[in-house]
Design a protein around this ligand. Structure first.
Ligand code: SF4
Length: 402
């Protein structure tokens, strides 16, 4: 049975109701429990539990230090391409957005990776839009193979594939796969994904399982907060993680908590999650899943990130760019628009996200970064907080054969 079947029988409305009706006393009691059920998790993310943020944070911090030590791992996203055949209303790379696009060549990918290595990174996340014409499996496999020797850890955040399509990627050295469901609300998912293969909700929901079957041993899931109600999404992410921990037990898992950022297309968040609620959710995930990595990206502003680092976060990006070529300017000279899968000459002034046609600019980013500090600045901050910034967290030589 895949997670889809389990997901379809989740008593979501009842869990949501339970969460909203939780009393302060019940939430306080749940905080002290050793092992949590999904219903307990619903209590921890309840409005009532919001008043126990102090003790919740303390327990989360204590658990995190116990399981992960005073370390925080760093990774860098490297965008390979912003070509995409999907229309996701909330994403700057959506097919119909008139943005500046490019797909990096292998040499350009190497150049970007070298710049990141010079900053200290050893943990790379290759990100690309979904467009088989530009981002074929062969291209992705070549990228992984070109980087594998110098990078102890290469993960992918790309369009979902069949298990057999994933195999060449793991064989080439990719060890991690990240796939966010974006929203676990089927009706909203349908409304937000107006064109392209991503419209298939169930296919996406089973991606982590297919990746596991193909040999990926580090799997990342999450929801994009700002679409459906955050408590409902968090319950679904928790149920998904629960399922994967039971069924894909040889893998390590991470949960990301991205909140929507401004991007091309000017999509406005449909729901709001406050900073305080984000802190509550990070801590609730830690109590629910003491050994699961929690990821915080540069979508969040520096002061909030600094406050969250000690509370439960174990993996962060820093100094990130969300446009292909963002670290070195690689690919600038071939930036173009794409219409119906064809490259077309640039016309100037298409939108504020594609302002110049003189090719002196980088490609368009996926979204705006909120924490613009360099990786070195963030690493220094971590040290000042008493944490070891860990640049390398995996070595293929240490992998036990399975
Ligand atoms: S979210 Fe992913 S699939 Fe959707 S438009 Fe953006 S890059 Fe393409």
């Amino acid at each position: 049975m895949s997670f889809v079947a389990e997901f379809n029988s989740l008593p979501l409305p009842a869990l949501e109701k339970y969460s909203l009706a939780t009393s302060a006393a019940a939430a306080r009691e749940t905080l002290a429990k050793e092992k949590l059920s999904l219903a307990d998790f619903a209590q921890l993310i309840s409005p009532a539990a919001g008043q126990w943020l102090e003790p919740l944070s303390r327990r989360s911090q204590q658990l995190t230090r116990q399981r992960f030590g005073k370390t925080i791992r760093l990774f860098a996203p490297l965008y390979l391409s912003n070509e995409c055949i999907n229309n996701c209303k909330y994403c700057g790379f959506s097919r119909d957005n008139a943005i500046l696009r490019v797909t990096l060549s292998l040499a350009e990918v190497r150049r970007e990776a070298q710049a990141l290595a010079a900053e200290g990174f050893r943990n790379l996340l290759l990100v690309a839009g979904e467009n088989p014409r530009f981002v074929s499996n062969g291209y992705l496999t070549d990228c992984v193979a070109a980087l594998h020797a110098d990078w102890p850890s290469v993960s992918l955040e790309v369009g979902p594939m069949e298990t057999d399509e994933y195999r060449p990627l793991t064989a080439a050295g990719a060890d991690g796969l990240v796939v966010y469901q974006e929203t676990y609300d089927r009706v909203l998912y349908d409304d937000l994904h107006t064109a392209g293969p991503k419209r298939n909700f169930d296919w996406r929901l089973e991606t982590a399982e297919r990746a596991y079957a193909a040999g990926f041993r580090r799997l990342g899931i999450g929801a994009l907060f700002g679409l459906a109600d955050w408590r409902r999404e968090a319950l679904c992410v928790a149920a998904h993680a629960n399922y994967l921990l039971r069924n894909c037990w040889k893998a390590q898992f991470t949960i990301s908590l991205p909140r929507l950022r401004p991007c091309a297309g000017e999509f406005q968040p449909l729901t709001h999650m406050t900073d305080r609620e984000l802190v509550q959710l990070v801590c609730a995930f830690r109590l629910m899943f003491p050994d699961v990595g929690l990821v915080l990206s540069t979508r969040e502003p520096a002061p909030l990130r600094d406050g969250l680092f000690p509370l439960g976060i174990t993996l962060i990006s820093a100094g990130s760019h969300t446009e292909p070529g963002g670290y070195t300017g690689a690919g600038k000279e071939k930036i173009h628009h794409t219409e119906r899968g064809r490259i077309v000459e640039l016309a100037s002034g298409a939108s504020e996200w594609a302002p110049v046609a003189d090719r002196a600019t980088n490609a368009t980013g996926q979204f705006e970064i909120a924490d613009n500090r360099s990786a070195a600045e963030v690493a220094k901050l971590l040290q000042n907080l008493g944490y070891d910034p860990v640049w390398k967290d995996w070595d293929a030589a240490l992998t036990l054969s399975s």
